[in-house]
Write a protein that binds this ligand. Sequence first.
Ligand SMILES: NC(=O)c1ccc[n+]([C@@H]2O[C@H](COP(=O)([O-])OP(=O)(O)OC[C@H]3O[C@@H](n4cnc5c(N)ncnc54)[C@H](OP(=O)(O)O)[C@@H]3O)[C@@H](O)[C@H]2O)c1
Length: 208
Amino acid sequence: MKAVVIRKHGGPDVLSYENVKNHVPKKDHVIVKVDYCAVNHLDIWVRNGLPGRKVSFPHILGCDVCGTLVESFEGFKKNEKVIVYPAVESGVPRVSYSIIGGFGKYQGGYAEFIQVPPENIIRKPSWFSSKEACALNVSYLTAWNMLERSNCKKNDTMLIWGANSGVGSAAILLAKAKGIQVITVASDLKKLNHAKKLGADHVIDRSK
Ligand SMILES: NC(=O)c1ccc[n+]([C@@H]2O[C@H](COP(=O)([O-])OP(=O)(O)OC[C@H]3O[C@@H](n4cnc5c(N)ncnc54)[C@H](OP(=O)(O)O)[C@@H]3O)[C@@H](O)[C@H]2O)c1
């Protein structure tokens, strides 16, 4: 298969588009043909490398993946459109985990195919396009974990920084779904108007 591989840490020049061996099907794993893989800041951290965090090379980046099932399994049919839930080896609530394509042992989605545990397969809701669905995984998981850890409940008030950021916009939508009063911060009028459209109750322009 074709993939973008890194063989060492570094700048964009360490990304190498090349032919690599197809995944050897592993027991209790599922292969997904990658339709879309979003670019997440985590890709840059892993590519650059962080002190104390190990990656085994060659490594394939890419944590926000949406694709097509290569084979049927359990209740899923071959060719179904699915989202790859990015956290592995975690319990619920998922506050401690490693991320597929990140610093863990799983190769990511900068490739034609990805191999993941079956519990990481989520049916793509038909009301999302595949392109939209691949943009949600890690930022929504991060926002969800922060909301869970905060023990917030209905009618609480929450301040969300960076209203238009990936995590901030996810946090606004999830907090509103939990019935929380949201105050949010952004740096210009366009972003503040967008935050209101997402459902923020009050907005603050940090540039003023
Ligand atoms: N995206 C993910 O999946 C993910 C996962 C785990 C952790 N994180 C972490 O969560 C944070 C947000 O990530 P993101 O991907 O959502 O970021 P992002 O989309 O790049 O947005 C960052 C936001 O921060 C605000 N900002 C930038 N520079 C600032 C400054 N100097 N002072 C104050 N505000 C500033 C900007 O909003 P305004 O200019 O409008 O204020 C911007 O919208 C980062 O620390 C990231 O490392 C992200």
